[in-house]
Design a protein around this ligand. Structure first.
Ligand code: SF4
Ligand code: SF4
Length: 271
């Protein structure tokens, strides 16, 4: 991994930029929500380009670390992403949209006519868009931090690790693992619901099942999700295949479509 740590040859704090492509800006807000800890971090790095918080952002200076959230949904997004990649030694994807596509990538299966109708606008008033894809599909990223939005403590651990010249330890276990550790009643077994916990990357502390709500998969898939086994588990409980597929594609449509969900979502055929 590229080192961005201050050295004798480079006696200055790392220069940082934070950028948003198409998305809700929720990950940037999570960084702002770090409040006191963010102020402490700001003493160890120089935030030079962050349009959300700085009126005098420097758009040109080379960066040691750049954080990017959102999907590429317009040509302008792609141009900006390439510029940031060329400018930064280390590029970090933040949020499910940048890593997996997130909710904005669901737009790909809705026609522009339908979008205009829903928005009460004329099609010609809609912005020019391209197929919405995760930023991580267009340029190489050095690190990826998923979450919708990202978890504050994970972000802080990542930044501390990078400033120390190491790699952060990010969770690889599924949400089910954290859910079991909390001794929650399983939403699938006890309530017959579609819960994506077994296929979703942990790190949120099983937040939703801990509050009596099935996991919607907002952190994206684990490294090797066993889609077929989960489908069988849900089908054995009488849950519709299409209901399962639609729930799983919600936050990571491009990834799940590659895994074969297209057939279920668009075929509309029950087995
Ligand atoms: S409730 Fe969901 S996350 Fe928890 S054990 Fe059951 S399937 Fe896994
Ligand atoms: S339980 Fe699932 S939907 Fe809820 S925050 Fe965690 S990953 Fe997201």
């Amino acid at each position: 991994m590229t080192s961005v740590v201050e050295t004798a040859a480079s006696p200055r704090p790392p220069r940082v930029g934070i950028f948003g492509l198409t998305g809700c800006a929720g990950d940037q807000l999570q960084i702002l929500n770090c409040e006191d800890q963010l102020l402490q971090l700001a003493e160890r790095m120089e935030i030079v380009d962050w349009v959300m918080v700085k009126s005098n952002s420097d758009r040109r200076t080379p960066l040691d670390i750049a954080f990017v959230e959102g999907v590429v949904a317009t040509r302008r997004d792609l141009e900006m992403l390439r510029q940031v990649r060329a400018r930064a030694k280390m590029l970090v994807a933040i949020g499910t949209c940048a890593v997996w596509g997130g909710l904005p990538a669901m737009v790909n299966r809705i026609s522009r006519d339908e979008l205009a109708r829903e928005a009460g606008r004329d099609v010609s008033d809609l912005p020019e868009t391209v197929e919405a894809r995760p930023a991580s599909e267009f340029v190489p990223f050095d690190l990826k931090l998923t979450g919708c939005p990202i978890e504050r403590d994970e972000f802080l651990r990542l930044v501390h690790a990078v400033l120390a010249g190491t790699r952060p330890e990010l969770p690889r276990v599924p949400v089910c693992w954290e859910c079991k550790a909390k001794e929650n009643l399983c939403r699938v077994i006890h309530f017959g619901e579609v819960c994506c916990g077994a296929m979703t990357r942990g790190g949120c502390g099983a937040r939703c099942p801990s509050h009596g709500v099935a996991c919607g998969g907002c952190r994206g898939p684990v490294e090797t999700p066993n889609y077929d086994a989960n489908i069988t588990m849900f089908r054995d409980r009488g849950i519709s295949w299409i209901e399962i597929a639609r729930r799983m594609e919600r936050f990571s449509a491009p990834a799940w479509m590659k895994a074969g969900l297209e057939r279920e979502v668009h075929g509309g055929q029950e087995p």
